[in-house]
Design a protein around this ligand. Sequence first.
Ligand SMILES: [Fe+2]
Length: 312
Amino acid sequence: MSGLSELDADFTRLPALPAGVFTAPLQRPAHVGEDWLEPRQTDYAADDHRVWDDLFARQMHVLPGRAATAFLKGLERLDLGRGGIPDFARLSAELGALTGWSVVPVPMLIPDHVFFWHLANRRFPAGNFIRPRERFDYIEEPDVFHDVFGHVPMLTDPVFADYMQEYGRAGWKAMRYNRLKALGALYWYTVEFGLIREAAGLRAYGAGILSGPAEAVFALEAQSPNRIMLHVDRVMRTDYAIDDLQPTYFVIESFADLYRQTVERDFDRLYRGLGAGFTYAGSAVIDVDDVLHRGTLEYHLRGGRRSGASAD
Ligand SMILES: [Fe+2]
């Protein structure tokens, strides 16, 4: 078998976790079942809705001219700026009519295998809660703003929507080879922090970039980070920073190219050839890279977020 995913796997029910697979020890809250889904979306307070509106307004100052066309189109088609935290049922009906995806509420980060299973069924698990106003700028766990504003617009793009499903199916193969870290790097450098080359210039499509105030400018305009054309093998060998701006961003030519690179590659062979750790540091530029911008790495050399280094 080749390809990113397990084509013959049955995902109608949650498959049993393969033996010996390590997953993060998350304590499942008593009120959710094996699927980790909340029975219903939270009843938000009026100020929760205002936090959404304020976050939305802030992003709309930053994103025109920086967000991928597909993202901005998705935002508009789903009318995510109509005011307040979107109702998941209505959002799912609209998204479902476009690409067959739905948005389902979860209480917190969920185990990898459950997350993969939902994606494989075209369900996007979104955090039910919204950050409190005191933590407007920085959150440790993805909330409803990151998940819905950041991720859901891209699910209106039919090719990207297929890529996300394929990724979910791929999780089970990666678990079997114990190569979740490598697959996680692919998610990180595409779904969360991906850039795309459009006719008008580079644009961001990654939710981690699009849902925060600082990273879009840094990723697209700063001298500090590397910008390198994406090759799936290379990316899956590359470490990443989970709590700071990235030293390197990977750029795709199109969503069709990303999809092709992931479904056509022989992942069984790739996983067999990968070590347990990463080969390349997040800041590395290697001789086979197609480099669009070689970064000064100034931000990270100054010590990054921990040192209070400025991102400009
Ligand atoms: Fe995310």
